[in-house]
Design a protein around this ligand. Structure first.
Ligand code: GDP
Length: 195
């Protein structure tokens, strides 16, 4: 598995603060508590680029630059950690409580190459997730659905969860665990295939 060096680029709370569009961007989306910070930290494996789910940072898009060597200045891939959603009731937009710059980011960002959409594999599929995937579909974005916390399921539970997620969202669902590393190699392969 190819290792990248990751460094925190910036937090953005408006379109004006997005970093210049350059390297292909991978966005991470999911309901609050889905395990997004844990997954990104496991992928980055870097002490220089810790993601935290503490308030403040969670209302922003946090950008991380990935390079194959620490010396390289230009990022080869950018990770965009999007705010968690799902506390408030959903409205016509993806989520009423989501900051206003999120939808324009998902719709218009020219370098957004892939959305990694996280769902908790230990709970039943949710309408609010399906609503987000419909939005991404309408925006003609590439997205992959990734079920988190797979280590909490037994072998049988895992196949049942996969079946339920595939029935709800389509065949292309991958189960991962930030804790055991299960599925991470496949996830990296998806990520680097766009980079
Ligand atoms: P976020 O709000 O989406 O950033 O979620 P966090 O990464 O903060 O995780 C939410 C909770 O789920 C925490 O208690 C984590 O320890 C737990 N968690 C996250 N990933 C995993 C995983 O792969 N396996 C298990 N067992 N727990 C996880």
């Amino acid at each position: 598995m190819k290792r990248f060096h990751a460094k925190f680029l910036r937090s953005a709370t408006s379109e004006a603060q997005f970093p210049p569009a350059g390297a292909p961007e991978i966005a991470f989306l999911g309901r609050s508590n889905v395990g997004k910070s844990s997954l990104i930290n496991a992928l980055l494996g870097s002490r220089d680029a810790r993601v935290s789910s503490t308030p403040g940072r969670t209302r922003a898009i946090n950008f991380f630059a990935l390079t194959d060597t620490p010396e390289r200045q230009q990022p080869q891939i950018i990770f965009a950690d999007l705010p968690g959603y799902g506390y408030a009731k959903l409205s016509k937009s993806v989520s009423a409580e989501w900051p206003k710059f999120i939808e324009p980011y998902l719709r218009d960002r020219p370098t957004l190459a892939l959305c990694i959409c996280l769902v908790d594999s230990t709970i039943a599929p949710k309408a609010s997730d399906a609503q987000l995937f419909d939005f991404l579909e309408a925006a003609e974005r590439s997205y992959r659905i990734v079920g988190t916390k797979a280590d909490r399921l037994s072998g049988n539970g895992r196949s049942q969860a996969l079946k339920a997620l595939r029935a709800a969202y389509g065949e292309h669902v991958l189960l991962v665990s930030a804790k055991t590393g299960a599925g991470m190699k496949e996830l990296w392969a998806e990520i680097t295939s766009v980079g």
